[in-house]
Ligand binder design. Structure first.
Ligand code: HEC
Ligand code: HEC
Length: 152
């Protein structure tokens, strides 16, 4: 596309714009204040104590329909790799009864085309994408969300 402005008009415009920017720059920099104020960060900051996940008897109530249920037990050390999924050693369709664990949801066997498979489909393989354990901590950002306590 052909420019509608002759080149010397554009050049003059850039010079005016550039001059405005350079005169505005020092005052803008002076108004930036760190949230920490004048306090320097400590050289060594101790890591906060690790919080253990809450282990509880019975399931968590779901807060809304289709919520992936929260995990009521510790999951440290349960391996999920391309070949192996330790969650399925208790929640898999063949073993869940013997293990006394809830069976993986029926939806976990359906692929995106709606076809049902014998195995958990790959889209549901990494359980922790959707299911998370809970920890009793103070939220960094408070909120007043109230679920509608949907039944599982
Ligand atoms: C050693 C067996 C075992 C393993 C391994 C295991 N679970 Fe569980 N899981 C259970 C049992 C038993 C319950 C039911 C606890 C209860 O009702 O008190 C449960 C409950 C759950 C629930 C709650 C289901 C609901 O309807 O509320 C979810 C979600 C879950 N587990 C996910 C996982 C994930 C993800 C992994 C792997 C990271 C995993 N579990 C590994 C035994 C296991
Ligand atoms: C993409 C998200 C997603 C992934 C990944 C996923 N789930 Fe789920 N899961 C859900 C949702 C949503 C529900 C509740 C609705 C349903 O049953 O489909 C559910 C339900 C469950 C339930 C309860 C079933 C019931 O009938 O009450 C268990 C147990 C469970 N999942 C375990 C697992 C395990 C183990 C894995 C890994 C192999 C896994 N999920 C992977 C989203 C997911």
């Amino acid at each position: 596309m052909k420019s509608t402005f002759p080149i010397h008009v554009i050049a003059a415009g850039l010079i005016v714009f550039g001059t405005a920017l350079s005169s505005a720059a020092p005052s803008a920099a002076a108004s930036v204040v760190s949230l920490r104020g004048a306090t320097a960060p400590p050289a060594n900051t101790a890591a906060p104590a690790a919080v253990e996940p809450t282990v509880r008897e019975g399931r968590y109530q779901r807060s809304f329909a289709q919520q992936p249920p929260l995990i009521p037990h510790d999951i440290a050390g349960f391996e999920i790799t391309r070949e192996n999924n330790q969650c399925l050693q208790c929640h898999g369709p063949k073993v869940f009864k013997d293990m006394g664990a809830p069976r993986v949801g029926a939806s976990h066997f359906r692929d995106r085309q709606g076809k049902t498979h014998d195995q958990v489909v790959r889209g549901r393989w990494f359980c922790n994408q959707c299911h998370v354990p809970q920890m009793d901590t103070h939220p960094l950002v408070s909120n007043d969300f109230r679920g509608d306590a949907a039944k599982p």
